[in-house]
Design a protein around this ligand. Structure first.
Ligand SMILES: [Zn+2]
Length: 70
């Protein structure tokens, strides 16, 4: 079934095209990052879920500003 194969191929390409962004903190690439502030400089940065958990702990400067999806 050529049509079925075509759809499979299309989905595969789509998955490869998914964008990734680098986490400011651990420098790994992720498909989903969180826009946060966590320093007294109030600079907006994109960091991954693990880093959010780490930086928000007892942090008065922590502020959440949205989610980025690739
Ligand atoms: Zn990270």
């Amino acid at each position: 079934m050529p049509h079925f194969n075509y759809i499979l191929e299309k989905n595969l390409k789509k998955r490869k095209l998914m964008k990734k962004k680098e986490c400011e903190k651990c420098k790994n690439n992720f498909r989903m990052l969180f826009r946060v502030q966590y320093t007294p400089e109030k600079k907006w940065v994109f960091i991954c879920n693990d880093c959010v958990i780490e930086v928000r702990r007892d942090n008065e400067d922590y502020r959440y500003g949205g989610t980025w999806k690739g």
